[in-house]
Design a protein. Structure first.
Length: 115
């Protein structure tokens, strides 16, 4: 059974930084894509950043140049370093792992950016 546990959310002022981490367990993740999605109130969940098993990355246009995704295959973790945070980054952030076409999700962690 796949389990994803996120940590690192919180309240920060605009221009500040936060680092989100996700610890995965229950499967072998070295060949899985891992990523972060977010969902703001009244909006659909959207991809923020994704990293493939080989290290290839995708970033949403809204976060390019400000967020950096990384993974440690030896520890089954994926992290999201967020800089220059904006109020529009406020959302619940979810860790995601895709294995064999199946999506697995963490419970979500709240990020709130005050202006």
């Amino acid at each position: 059974q796949v389990q994803l546990v996120e940590s690192g959310g919180g309240l920060v002022q605009a221009g500040g930084s936060l680092r989100l981490s996700c610890a995965a367990s229950g499967r072998t993740f070295s060949r899985a894509a891992m990523g972060w999605f977010r969902q703001a109130p009244g909006k659909e969940r959207q991809a923020v950043a994704v990293i493939s098993w080989s290290g290839g990355t995708y970033y949403a246009d809204a976060v390019k140049g400000r967020f950096t995704i990384s993974r440690d295959n030896t520890k089954n973790t994926v992290s999201l370093q967020m800089y220059s945070l904006k109020p529009e980054d406020t959302a619940v952030y979810y860790c995601n792992v895709q294995i064999g076409g199946t999506d697995y999700w963490g419970q979500g962690t709240q990020v709130t950016v005050s202006s």
